[in-house]
Design a protein around this ligand. Structure first.
Ligand code: PLP
Length: 397
């Protein structure tokens, strides 16, 4: 099975497609018709690759983590997306989509953000390339990721609060979609993950696939073989995971592990573990697994990490789950916090709370001594310092 690319209608197995209101047809069709030709053109690739190298700072290191390897008695490598300009993998996609929008003749950019990393990345790309930028963000996330809100403002972006529902990522996506419906001609919606109507999941996965392309090259250089035994990444909508898995999904000998946000626990009613709690449904323009009631009402998710606090999952990942191509772990808030403090103590790296969910898999699964285990460290923890400091101060960790 080809797990990497969707079919011509945007389906990964039974998941994907484009379920959109009529008002959005022209925009989405324009993208579907043009995205591959534009992003594969020499002119686009020259500009994009140059920016990735000289502006973003790629290639990011593949770092052999000696201390984690010792602790877990296996070979742990960290793909350091935290070292990208703006502090996470999100910039790989934001820059690509803003360059694409320019070539489509758009002069206004909108985006949604949860943790604020995608918002900052999009605001940054718009500052660099001279486009107007508006970012929708849930009211709760505006509070818990305040440093990123400040960065967006300084970058000249207007941050609009989403005040409905759980006031988090899902609600920000709803507001962005509403804006797009109202401004179809001038505006491109830079979706921040492998979600949304076709072609967004494929478009975002392609921009993030640089992560696994580099892992292959770096492993070859460092250990003489391209493929690890395991790749591990956290999944909100699933863009850093899609990028980390992309060049490995069709290689049978590489095992794939995704970490979802368990929140306060699967049975607590406060969770965001979509593969365990979700059923087939349509959310934000594509058919996938969705946390919903029997009547199809979306269930409000919960995670300590704003970037994983989402009741859906990209169709790419829903298919990996259904086909048992990937193993999914549910990581609770407390487990993620412990892993964040562990990495900080052992390696002097403060990870984003989202990335800490991927690290926590090391406590859940036993790896062999010689296994090469690559974990995507999707972002840095600057934005999460308030949460971390609270835990340091109350002495519970
Ligand atoms: C550092 C970091 N990692 C992971 C995520 C989750 O998004 P995705 O699943 O699309 O990689 C986010 C989202 O904001 C993030 O900021």
């Amino acid at each position: 099975m080809n797990y990497k690319n969707p079919d011509e209608n945007g389906y990964y197995g039974e998941f994907g497609g484009a379920f959109i209101p009529e008002m959005l047809y022209p925009n989405v069709e324009e993208l579907q018709k043009n995205y591959l030709e534009i992003i594969e053109s020499e002119d686009f690739q020259n500009e994009y690759q140059d920016l990735l190298k000289n502006y973003v700072g790629r290639a990011t290191p593949l770092y052999f983590s000696k201390n984690l390897s010792q602790k877990y008695n296996t070979q742990v490598y960290l793909k350091r997306e935290d070292l990208n300009h703006t502090g996470a993998h999100k910039i790989n996609n934001a820059l690509g989509q803003v360059l694409l929008a320019k070539r489509l003749g758009k002069n206004r950019i909108i985006a949604e953000t949860g943790a604020g990393q995608h918002g900052v990345a999009t605001a940054t790309a718009c500052a660099l390339l001279g486009l107007e930028c508006i970012v929708y963000m849930g009211e709760i996330d505006i509070q818990r990721q305040a440093p990123n809100v400040a960065r967006m403002k300084m970058l000249g972006t207007k941050v609009m609060a989403a005040t409905s529902g759980s006031k988090t990522l899902k609600d920000a996506v709803n507001e962005a979609l509403k804006d797009w419906i109202n401004n179809p001609v001038t505006t491109h919606y830079v979706i921040g993950s492998v979600v949304g109507p076709h072609p967004f999941p494929d478009l975002v996965a392609r921009f993030q696939s640089i992560i696994s392309k580099e892992i292959k090259e770096q492993l070859l250089e460092q250990i003489g073989r391209e493929n690890p035994d395991y790749v591990i990444a956290c999944v909100g909508g699933g863009s850093n995971a899609a990028g980390t898995f992309y060049h490995f999904v069709n290689e049978e000998n590489v095992k794939i592990i995704a970490a979802e946000a368990g929140g306060l626990g699967i049975d607590s009613g406060k969770s965001a573990a979509t593969t365990l709690l979700g059923t087939l449904g349509v959310l934000h323009g594509s058919k996938s697994l969705v946390m919903q009631t029997k009547a199809g009402q979306v269930i409000e998710p919960h995670s300590i990490s704003a970037g994983l606090d989402y009741p859906g999952i990209g169709p790419f990942h829903a298919n990996l789950f259904k086909e048992k191509r990937a193993e999914f772990f549910s990581i609770n808030d407390e487990e993620a916090l412990r892993s964040a403090f562990d990495l900080t103590k052992l390696e002097g790296i403060i990870p984003a709370l989202e990335s800490a969910h991927a690290l926590a898999v090391l406590d859940k699964k036993k790896f062999n001594e010689n296994d090469i285990v690559v974990i995507c460290l999707s972002g840095r923890g600057d934005k999460d310092m308030e949460t971390y400091l609270k835990r340091l101060d109350d002495g519970s960790l």
